[in-house]
Write a protein that binds this ligand. Structure first.
Ligand SMILES: NC(=O)c1ccc[n+]([C@@H]2O[C@H](COP(=O)([O-])OP(=O)(O)OC[C@H]3O[C@@H](n4cnc5c(N)ncnc54)[C@H](O)[C@@H]3O)[C@@H](O)[C@H]2O)c1
Length: 287
């Protein structure tokens, strides 16, 4: 197995900034990069705020917090971030062409032993692996939001992936205190998002046909199914923009109109009501 000491996280957005911090807390040296200086600034500010908060809550000692912060750096330069990485976790926008371009660059920059993973919610790594010369070292490593809190990671072994690669990635997950599950086949949406999407589609159907308000549908799912939050609050958390991109990507791929984003998702996407990140989605948030 590859010995992983240095991790590069590409994309410092919703997911990337927390994955980077979780990896630094687990003892890895982490470099986090993004094309947006604003995203990097926010990610760094988050780390500077989060670690002292954990100390104040008694969850970390000051030494642990200082050491974790010392292992985490931010840079806009992809080459600087990736050139000595043993493992890369890509968490850029959910667009296949962007991801392929990032992987082609990473393949040029990273050492030959480095494993390149994608945190994509839906795109299987076989769609990306051939942008590199190391397909056997490219796999899905799918974290959940918020990545510092959620334990599950879905690791997907596509047909091109070496056993050593998935075993290394599973070991990193465990070192990060996560609970990895291994998918032996590639499938659109992996395990959890297939289930989430089925629930969301039904919830949107019930809302759009006027059967109930979105608040009551959320209430029904929380109190009737015991979920920690309903599907509308969940999509506000994960991002309505992401829900839109994912459905559009799927629709483009299949041509099946059932895969188009629902009218409510389209409307909210174009109004930039993307959920928590913009202060308004289905619900309104203080920013
Ligand atoms: N949001 C979720 O709940 C969630 C959960 C699991 C997985 N994911 C997946 O994680 C990935 C990122 O999602 P997110 O919600 O963090 O998105 P986001 O929009 O919050 O962040 C994406 C970041 O990538 C950056 N970026 C775009 N192109 C780049 C490039 N070429 N190089 C470097 N950085 C680039 C953007 O500037 C942005 O900061 C997606 O693939 C998504 O499917 C998201």
């Amino acid at each position: 197995m590859v010995e992983v000491k240095k991790i590069c996280v590409v994309g410092a957005g919703n997911m990337g900034h927390q994955i980077a911090l979780a990896a630094a807390l687990a003892g890895y040296n982490v470099k986090c990069t993004d094309v947006s200086p604003e995203a990097l600034r926010r990610a760094e500010e988050f780390a500077n705020r989060y670690l002292p908060e954990r100390v104040a809550k008694g969850k970390l000692t000051e030494d642990e917090a200082r050491a974790a912060r010392g292992r985490l750096s931010f840079t806009p330069d992809l080459t600087e971030a990736a050139r000595d990485a043993d493992l890369v976790i890509e968490a850029v926008i959910e667009k296949l062409d962007v991801k392929r371009q990032v992987f082609a660059q990473l393949d040029q920059i990273c050492p030959p032993h480095a494993i390149l993973t994608t945190n994509s919610s839906y795109i299987v790594s076989s769609k990306i692996a051939d942008a590199t010369r190391r397909p056997e070292k490219v796999c899905n490593m799918h974290f959940f939001n918020p990545a510092l809190v959620m334990k599950l990671v879905e690791v997907v072994k596509g047909p091109h992936v070496a056993e050593e690669t998935v075993q290394t990635v599973m070991a990193v997950c465990r070192q990060m205190g996560k609970v990895p599950v291994l998918l032996h086949k590639e499938i659109y949406g992996f395990l959890v998002n297939r289930i989430v999407q089925a629930i969301r589609n039904e919830a949107l159907y019930l809302y759009e046909t006027g059967v109930a308000s979105f608040e009551d549908i959320d209430t029904a799912v929380v109190h009737g199914l015991g979920h920690p939050m309903g599907p509308f609050r969940l999509v506000d958390l994960t991002g309505i923009d992401l829900a839109y991109y994912v459905s559009m990507e799927r629709y483009r791929e299949t041509g099946d109109p059932r895969h188009k984003p629902s009218p409510t998702i389209v409307e909210k996407f174009f109004k930039k009501e993307w959920g928590r990140k913009t202060g308004k989605g289905f619900y309104t948030y203080c920013t």
